[in-house]
Design a protein around this ligand. Structure first.
Ligand code: GRF
Length: 227
């Protein structure tokens, strides 16, 4: 039989979603990934407990779930080494934090440098950490939003890949503002991930740049919903 000269097909990048809570961003990503020509395979949903809404959602969506209970008798770097092993066994290329509430150790971040992505509910570098909506209201900002960024060793401070801005309205309370930002998160996370995986978003130092024809007009740089 003659040998084919055609190159073997490129491997499809494999994504793991790490979750600890509600799972609405997981669902947004899974729905985008079920659409046409998504460039990656959602190969794993990793959680540390079965009894969280994100795991229920993942199972309903037919995603492969692995529950890796954390051993409280070992320190964080050792726990994270177990997570790394699990990810490496599944041949994961991209690690996507979707409401993952543990802080990953510096050793984990170095081991997977440039391949760990997070979404944070503020326009970083404003309001890193917790209670972002409450703090945004207290500060009186007029624009708030969400940021998708690469994870580095500092808290909520890695290179910014995309941001979605929403207005803060005069009668907002924390819940209303949180709901508006969450809707923006669901619009923002899937396309930013997609661009990153497809190589249309490249990171150089602290700055991410869109490459290709549409870079100058890319709507993900700022998205303000009107309603
Ligand atoms: C989101 O607000 C996200 O920005 C933050 O945690 C929350 C997770 O929500 N990191 P969900 O679990 O995706 O619904």
């Amino acid at each position: 039989m003659p040998k084919s000269d055609s190159p073997s097909p490129a491997a499809v990048p494999r994504v793991a979603l790490l979750v600890s809570g509600r799972g609405s961003n997981l669902e947004a990503i899974a729905r985008a990934a079920a659409g046409q020509s998504w460039p990656a395979c959602l190969a794993l949903v990793l959680a540390h407990r079965e009894d969280i809404p994100a795991v229920r959602r993942a199972r309903e969506l037919g995603l492969p779930v692995r529950i890796l209970p954390l051993n409280p008798a070992i320190d964080r770097p050792a726990q994270d080494a177990q997570i790394s092993q699990c990810l490496e066994e599944a041949a994961i290329d991209w690690i996507v934090l979707a409401g993952y509430m543990r802080i990953l150790s510096p050793a984990f971040v170095r081991r997977h440098a440039g391949r760990v992505v997070n979404i944070h509910p503020s326009l970083l570098p404003a309001f890193p950490g917790l209670h972002t909506h409450r703090r945004a209201l207290a500060a009186g900002v007029k624009l708030h939003g969400a940021t998708v960024h690469l994870v580095d060793e500092a808290l909520d401070a890695g290179p910014i890949l995309g941001q979605a801005a929403v207005p803060v309205l005069p009668d907002d309370d924390e819940a209303r503002l949180a709901g508006r930002v969450l809707q923006a998160e669901h619009r923002l996370y899937p396309p930013v991930l997609r661009a990153l995986i497809e190589g249309r978003l490249r990171v150089c130092g602290q700055r991410a740049r869109w490459v290709g024809a549409s870079a100058a007009a890319d709507p993900l740089l700022l998205w303000v919903p009107v309603a």
